[in-house]
Ligand binder design. Structure first.
Ligand SMILES: [Zn+2]
Length: 200
């Protein structure tokens, strides 16, 4: 977008903000205007927390989760170590946590396999997940990716890779409307989707 009235800096800000997922040009413009009309300190505060969090974040080598202070849910002894839930991202993990229906381990894929988007198993380090499963001997593995095309494709692919190492592989129950996403489902529906999971 070229904005003669507001100038190059404003255009560049909109362009940067548009890089966030689900932020189109319109929302980016709204956010940019919000920053402009508030005191400069607010912008500095937001920018600082982004930079600090980004600097400190690490990826857990076991479960692929983002961690900040060396604590990871996969090191928590109070959780069941014999059941694993495979999720697309941290949002989905947090939604499942909120449902209160699950107390086991997680593996965060940090994405979904996708033929149209060209996302391959090596991009999600599926091999690392498979070796974790080989080593940990889980009693049950739940595939909790979204019931979308990419989510189903990912679940199916992972199932084929791991079925020799776990006899009990299940899929969260698709009582959810097709195309819905795990992190948008309310916690009661999600709790039911977990309880009603079916063996695949
Ligand atoms: Zn971890």
């Amino acid at each position: 977008m070229k904005n003669k009235i507001l100038g190059k800096e404003f255009d560049e800000l909109i362009e940067s903000l548009s890089k966030f997922p689900s932020i189109g040009e319109k929302t980016a413009s709204r956010l940019a205007l919000f920053l402009m009309k508030n005191p400069p300190n607010l912008t500095l505060e937001i920018a600082k927390s982004m930079v600090e969090a980004r600097k400190k974040v690490k990826v857990c080598k076991t479960c692929n989760n983002f961690i900040f202070n060396n604590y990871c849910i996969c090191n928590d002894n109070s959780r069941d170590s014999k059941i694993l839930c495979i999720v697309e991202n941290m949002f989905d993990m947090l939604s499942i946590e909120k449902s209160g229906e699950y107390k086991g381990q997680y593996h965060v894929l940090q994405g979904l396999l996708s033929v149209p988007k060209g996302i391959k198993p090596e991009d999600l380090q599926i091999e690392r997940l498979v070796s974790r499963i080989k080593k940990s001997k889980f009693n049950e593995i739940i595939l909790a990716t979204d019931p979308t095309n990419d989510g189903e494709f990912t679940a199916q692919f992972i199932k084929e890779q791991i079925q020799n190492y776990c006899k009990n592989i299940s899929r969260i129950a698709i009582g959810m409307p097709l195309g819905s996403e795990v992190d948008y489902i309310d916690k009661n529906t999600l709790a039911k989707a977990i309880t009603d999971r079916r063996k695949i």
